[in-house]
Design a protein around this ligand. Structure first.
Ligand SMILES: Nc1ncnc2c1ncn2[C@@H]1O[C@H](COP(=O)(O)OP(=O)(O)OP(=O)(O)O)[C@@H](O)[C@H]1O
Length: 825
């Protein structure tokens, strides 16, 4: 019943709402439908618990039976339902996932919290207003009445008081008026809410559009990002490619640079080498220039020296002249003194005679006094003159003493010059025979015991060393007694077995010097096989290398004096009367023919097709000797055989020119290693060897014949040079202006004694040969004196076919003596 009562006034109230106008809109259903929100019945039912929804929407008989206890919650639930429904509607409109959860989330998205100060202010809503107007006193309702009544029990009141209809209606009208007022207010609020909703809607639309726009932008951005990513990937790929390309390019560049650097360094090196070569060339030029200057300076100095020498020679001459004058003066003075002494003696005698006369005449008296006075005056006069004469005599004596002292000094100087002159003269005297013979005995070898050695003695070993005594082989007499003959031989020099090559060379070095001075020199080694010829001549320290060394050294020394020497070498072999070139092709040995031609005018020998070697250094000689030795070995059938069976001739032509004085000299040094000299009967050779031996013997005897013919010294006499190839080859070196030295080599072995004696006898014959006439002939026209000049003397040395002139006063002084000796001899 209560329920019905309550609902009735409400229903009646509702029925009045249209009269007020706008109240319709306060119907929650209408409001919800307008706003698109579901009717509260459905939404609230869903949102609220079934118990509550039943209490509101499905009136049951039970709640109606207990109206006072149920109504307040129903009111409360309505208010909640509204609030919830709004919230729900708002939530349902939101398209955003984030705003669907709670009202708070909505507020955060579109409400005040999420909006800045510029956001549209939220209009007052019924919901908000209701909340704000919580303090407004709610108009009394039937329910309130009931509540108020409940204090004293409604039923009880009705029982206790009368029903006041009018007041009640009035009250109701007031209440109605209030409700209407409230409704109007709510209507206004609802319209405001509507506007707000509209605004929100438009706002939401805008936001959705903005979201769509943003989504589009987002999509675009994503697409752009994708494309950018693709671009990035492409760019990375391109970058990698570029890096790879760059790496390859770098490698290429590095390679190219390396090659360029190498080529540059090579170019640099080349350039450097060129520069170095140029600098060296420049240095060489400078050196040449400086050497030229030094040469000029040297030449100047030499000239100065020459002038000084000339001056000193002049001084010497002047002194000599003065000395002669002084000597003459002294002689004059002496004669004058003698004359004066004689005068004085005469005068004294006269005085004495006069005194005697005076004595004898004193008796004559006064008549004679005048005569006496006159005579006294005469005597006084004469005695005064004698005083002066004595003083003059003293002066002359002093001058004479000075002149004698000066003469002594000059004589001392002349003595020294004389010593030098004598030394030169002595050397020339030693060479006067034009051929000298040295003997050398080789030492015994290790393979030769003392029992095999023949007794040999050297009587003057520690003096002149010119003799050798050899005990001959045992000889049996007809009586059966065995004797041994002692054979003593004398030579220019004898070298015992202990002599070294150096000592031997000392003796021949003067001859080597002669070759440099323009003479032809010939040095032979003669002896039987194994006697030491090759050792003496061509061993490493033999005469050939030593001679060449000396020539180089002397030539270098002479360079200071303006001399330049050209040295040419030939090495030939005479084998079986054939000439072989030992420096040529070994295959051509004994095959190629070489001819000997003589230039009689110039005194020169030419061998056709011969190898001539320029000897630029002493080392060259060693290589020549080696190659000659090799050639001989190739030709030999047995080792060492060929050298024993052939003559070898080392020819060294020395041409010198003096660029200062214009002098020129041409000399030849022939160093000959003869074949073994053993006699045919001793060699026991046959066949080819017999032919060899015959040829050797023929050429050796030809050599002896030539020397003997030269020794006879007949002008225009025949010299049998042509009898053998060897003598023909050495024609200009045997005789003429040449100097010849023969080494006779001796073996110390008993077994070789007979051959040794034969060799020594042959050598003695040669030694006894004097080829003096040729030398006399050579020097017969050597001296000319230029009388027009007191200083300049000319020494002209004339040889067969050529002459040399020396403008040297010192040389003149030195040479004049011995040259005159030659002329006189
Ligand atoms: N003065 C010396 N000192 C030391 N050994 C020597 C001397 N002379 C010669 N000999 C040695 O004696 C040996 C024979 O000498 P070498 O060959 O010079 O004789 P050779 O007369 O030239 O003989 P061949 O006619 O056969 O050429 C060689 O072994 C050599 O070394």
């Amino acid at each position: 019943m209560d329920g019905e009562n309550i609902t009735q006034p409400r229903a009646s109230t509702r029925s009045r709402i249209p009269q007020v106008g706008g109240l319709r809109e306060m119907n929650p259903a209408t409001a919800n439908s307008r706003s698109g929100i579901m009717p509260p019945g459905t939404l609230v039912n869903k949102a609220l618990s079934p118990t509550r929804s039943r209490a509101i929407t499905s009136p049951s008989p039970e709640p109606r039976k207990q109206p006072s206890s149920v109504r307040p919650p129903s009111t409360t639930s309505k208010a909640h339902a509204r609030g919830n429904s709004f919230a729900s509607s708002t939530m349902s409109r939101s398209g955003s996932t984030a705003t669907r959860g709670t009202t708070l989330n909505f507020s955060a998205t579109v409400g005040y919290g999420a909006r800045g100060a510029s956001a549209m202010p939220r209009p007052a809503t019924s919901f908000g207003g209701r909340r704000l107007n919580n303090s407004i006193q709610r108009p009394a309702t039937s329910l309130d009445t009931h509540v108020d009544d409940s204090a004293g029990s409604v039923l009880g009141k009705r029982k206790d008081t009368d029903w006041d209809q009018d007041s009640r209606e009035k009250k109701m009208d007031d209440m109605m008026a209030q409700v209407m007022l409230r409704l109007n207010q709510q209507g206004h609020e609802a319209s405001g809410l509507k506007d707000t909703v509209e605004i929100y809607k438009s706002r939401i639309g805008e936001l959705e559009r903005s979201r769509d726009g943003l989504t589009d932008v987002n999509v675009n951005l994503r697409v752009e990002m994708e494309s950018l990513k693709n671009q990035l990937v492409l760019a990375e790929k391109a970058l990698n490619d570029a890096r790879r390309d760059q790496d390859i390019a770098m490698d290429d560049l590095e390679g190219r640079h390396r090659i360029e650097i190498e080529s540059l360094s090579q170019e640099n090196k080349k350039h450097q080498n060129t520069l170095v070569a140029r600098h060296q060339e420049e240095i060489r030029d400078l050196k040449r220039k400086f050497e030229g200057e030094i040469e000029d300076e040297k030449a100047k100095r030499v000239r100065d020296l020459g002038n000084l020498t000339t001056q000193s020679a002049m001084d010497v001459q002047r002194s000599q002249i003065e000395l002669n004058n002084k000597e003459r003066e002294i002689a004059t003075l002496r004669s004058e003194l003698d004359a004066m002494k004689a005068d004085i003696d005469r005068e004294r005698k006269t005085v004495h005679d006069l005194r005697q006369n005076l004595d004898t005449a004193s008796s004559n008296g006064v008549t004679l006094e005048s005569t006496i006075r006159a005579l006294k005056a005469r005597i006084e006069f004469l005695e005064g003159g004698r005083e002066e004469q004595s003083q003059a005599f003293e002066r002359c004596n002093q001058d004479m003493m000075d002149a004698l002292a000066e003469t002594d000094a000059i004589k001392e100087k002349l003595r020294r010059e004389e010593t030098l002159r004598r030394k030169l003269h002595n050397q020339v005297q030693e060479l006067k025979g034009n051929i000298r013979v040295f003997c050398r005995v080789r030492p015994s070898l290790n393979s030769e015991p003392a029992t095999m050695i023949a007794p040999m003695q050297y009587p003057d070993e520690f003096e002149d060393a010119k003799e050798i005594s050899v005990m001959g082989p045992e000889e049996k007499s007809s009586l059966g007694t065995i004797t041994r003959k002692s054979n003593t031989f004398s030579f220019d020099r004898v070298f015992g077995p202990s002599t070294q090559n150096a000592e031997v060379f000392d003796e021949i070095s003067q001859l080597v010097q002669s070759a440099l001075d323009g003479y032809n020199v010939c040095i032979f080694c003669y002896g039987q096989t194994g006697s030491g010829k090759t050792h003496t001549m061509s061993s490493q320290d033999g005469m050939i290398p030593r001679a060449v060394h000396q020539i180089y050294e002397t030539a270098q020394g002479l360079e200071e004096k303006g001399w330049r020497y050209r040295m040419e070498g030939n090495f030939v072999e005479v084998y079986n009367e054939n000439l072989n070139d030992l420096l040529g092709n070994p295959d051509e040995l004994d095959k190629k023919k070489h001819e000997i031609r003589h230039d009689m005018q110039r005194g020169k020998t030419i061998i056709t097709d011969i190898t001539t070697v320029q000897l630029d250094s002493p080392e060259m000689v060693e290589s020549i000797l080696r190659s000659a030795d090799a050639n001989r070995s190739v030709a030999a059938t047995k080792a060492n055989e060929r050298s024993s069976r052939s003559h070898s001739v080392f020819i060294l032509k020395l041409t010198g020119e003096n660029h200062i004085t214009g002098e020129r000299s041409e000399g030849t040094l022939n160093l000959v290693d003869l074949a073994g000299s053993e006699r045919l009967s001793h060699s026991g050779a046959t066949g080819e060897r017999l032919k060899e031996t015959q040829n050797i013997n023929r050429s050796l005897s030809s050599l002896g014949d030539v020397i003997a013919a030269l020794g006879q010294g007949k002008d225009g006499g025949h010299i049998p040079y042509r009898n053998s190839k060897l003598t023909y080859l050495l024609q200009f070196s045997l005789g003429g202006n040449s100097k010849t030295l023969m080494f006779v080599m001796a073996s110390p072995l008993k077994a070789h004694l007979s051959e040794t004696l034969t060799s020594l006898k042959f050598a003695t014959k040669v030694h006894n040969t004097h080829i003096g006439t040729a030398k006399l002939k050579r020097v017969s026209a050597i001296l000319e004196h230029d009388d027009t000049s007191p200083v300049l003397h000319i020494v002209r040395l004339s040889f067969v076919g050529r002459s040399e002139v020396f403008y040297d006063p010192v040389l003149y002084l030195r040479c004049s003596g011995w040259i005159n000796d030659f002329l006189l001899s």
